[in-house]
Design a protein around this ligand. Structure first.
Ligand code: IMP
Ligand code: MG
Length: 178
């Protein structure tokens, strides 16, 4: 199998700096709030696994980590328009402070769906979203992240958890296929 070349867009160092600055903001915001129980971090698999791992290591508050697997994508680079939720089982999170961690917000369907689902199911005390990448110009559902690593244009990134047809998730940087 031939491996295509990837051009680096965000290096490991750039990502590290962005993650550190997001963690700083999160630490600051949550220390101003009265968080009685650990913050519940919900990581959206598969794409957010690397970002989640790096970000939570820098969060200086007690936290509980949960995972869901959900997306609005098939294996193509365009949104299928439908939500696929093969793993959406969570414990009772009623009244908790919840922070969703997502790799990228594109059409906004995935986060839009998940936010509404969590808000309805658990009536959380607070519900925020941290995403590494945000594509404003592709938005179809009106959702905004509270914490954004990089605002990007309309191109398809791979690496650092993100894939195209399940390839390139393991790369330590973010880039585009050449
Ligand atoms: P949305 O529901 O359209 O916002 O799509 C979000 C999901 O689409 C993300 O969790 C990614 O899995 C996928 N996605 C969107 N843009 C990209 C990209 O540039 N690279 C890799 N995956 C992407
Ligand atoms: Mg994803």
């Amino acid at each position: 199998m031939k491996t295509k070349k990837i051009k680096v867009v965000y290096s490991e160092l750039k990502i590290k700096k962005a993650v550190n600055s997001l963690a700083k903001k999160i630490n600051n915001d949550y220390s101003k709030k009265r968080v009685a129980k650990p913050i519940v971090v919900i990581s959206v698999l598969k794409g957010a696994f690397m970002f989640t791992s790096d970000l939570i290591k820098r969060i200086e508050h007690p936290l509980q980590i949960e995972f869901v697997r959900i997306s609005s994508y098939g294996s193509k680079e365009v949104s299928s328009g439908k939500i696929d939720a093969p793993m959406l089982t969570l414990p009772d999170l009623t009244g908790r402070d919840i922070l969703i961690i997502e790799d990228i917000i594109d059409s906004g369907r995935t986060i839009g769906f998940l936010k509404e689902y969590i808000a309805t199911q658990y009536k959380p005390k607070s519900l925020k979203v941290a995403c590494l990448l945000n594509k404003d110009e592709r938005r179809e559902v009106n959702v905004k992240a509270d914490y954004v690593g990089f605002n990007v244009g309309n191109y398809f990134l791979v690496g650092y958890g993100l894939d195209t047809a399940e390839k390139f998730r393991h790369l330590p940087f973010l880039g585009v296929e050449l």
